[in-house]
Design a protein around this ligand. Structure first.
Ligand code: NAP
Length: 295
């Protein structure tokens, strides 16, 4: 059944995700902070809005795909935010990667206005967003999840309700721990191969078929070999995600020494002006320590 949907945040991920909802036949109202970011969507028949409030006033389910926790706060609760336009019974689906604790607080605020919320961060990158093959990790009520599930199916493939509000964000934080440490491992392995005077491309190929094989060895490993750090998933976003992980770990008293190390490497990339690169650029930090070529 065609529904009235809103989509706010039309960047690398949001644009193709919104386009997939439109292709599934739904009516779409969009808001992008940069007016030009709405053009691909209006070209596909979506209606451009001047504020998140206007999006919410016209729609039943409102998707968010912005950058960080303060951005979600501004879009939801700011002066022209969703909360000022959303009708009771409507649903906010936040697909950005943000803090689990803040997510629970946003869900409470919206509930006071009769508005439901799901947290539904994703994994799978730009390719997954374009091909509608994202993994979607959901937190919130089961009944609301069931209502929104057909819409998730227009954007992704592996769709799991993990638990109550915030549980989707916790799952995404876990995903980012594994991704960060694997990028670090691939960076160290390929640098070690090169410093041994061994062809790193052949090492990658040899490893792909065995226990060390992974999507990250395949995709990020190739980026490292090509020295091609066009994003993809930006260093500044990965740094943000590990900040969320480390803040939560600090509150809970959970030691995450490996994650802390990679967080420092991402900090170093930010400091050297590499925040806009793909996070495969972690290899650059490893290379700066030990050099790149064989002796
Ligand atoms: P992006 O290309 O930087 O897009 C973010 C979008 O959000 C931009 O269009 C930006 O508007 C908008 N935005 C940010 N703050 C806003 C605010 N306060 N009000 C209104 N709009 C705002 O980032 P992305 O790669 O699409 O990532 C979006 C989210 O998905 C992030 O939380 C990220 O961690 C997560 N994620 C990304 C990937 C990936 O591979 N890229 C994968 C999984 C999850 P402007 O254009 O005006 O800046």
């Amino acid at each position: 059944m065609a529904m009235k949907l809103g989509f706010i945040g039309l960047g690398i991920m949001g644009r193709p995700m919104a386009l997939n909802l439109r292709r599934a036949g739904h009516a779409l109202w969009v808001y992008g902070r940069r007016v030009e970011s709405m053009t691909p969507l209006t070209g596909a028949g979506a209606t451009a809005c001047r504020s998140p409030r206007e999006v919410a006033a016209n729609t039943d389910v409102i998707f968010l795909m912005v950058a960080d926790t303060p951005d979600v706060e501004q879009v939801l609760l700011g002066e022209t935010g969703v909360i000022h336009g959303a009708r009771p019974g409507s649903v906010v689906v936040d697909m950005s990667t943000i803090s689990p604790a803040a997510t629970r607080a946003f869900a409470d605020r919206l509930a006071q206005h009769g508005v439901e919320m799901l947290d539904a961060p994703v994994s799978g990158g730009e390719t997954g967003a374009v091909n509608a093959t994202l993994s979607i990790m959901v937190g919130g009520k089961e009944s609301i999840f069931q209502r929104v599930k057909p819409l998730f199916e227009a954007m992704g493939r592996n769709i799991v309700r993990v638990g109550e509000h915030g549980a989707g964000q916790v799952a995404k934080a876990c995903n980012q721990i594994v991704a960060a440490l694997t990028i670090e491992a691939v960076s160290e392995a390929l640098t070690f191969a090169r410093r041994n005077g061994v062809d790193a491309a052949k090492v990658r190929t040899a490893l792909l078929g065995g226990f060390a094989g992974s999507k990250i060895l395949e995709v990020h490993g190739q980026r490292m070999l090509d020295n091609d750090f066009k994003p993809g998933f930006k260093v500044k976003l990965h740094q943000k995600d590990l900040r969320i992980v480390m803040e939560d770990a600090h509150k809970l008293g959970v030691g995450l020494p490996g994650t802390a190390l990679v967080a420092q490497h991402l900090n170093a990339l930010m400091g050297s002006g590499d925040g806009e690169l793909d996070s495969a650029a972690i290899v650059k930090v490893v290379e700066r320590m030990s050099g790149k070529s064989g002796t």
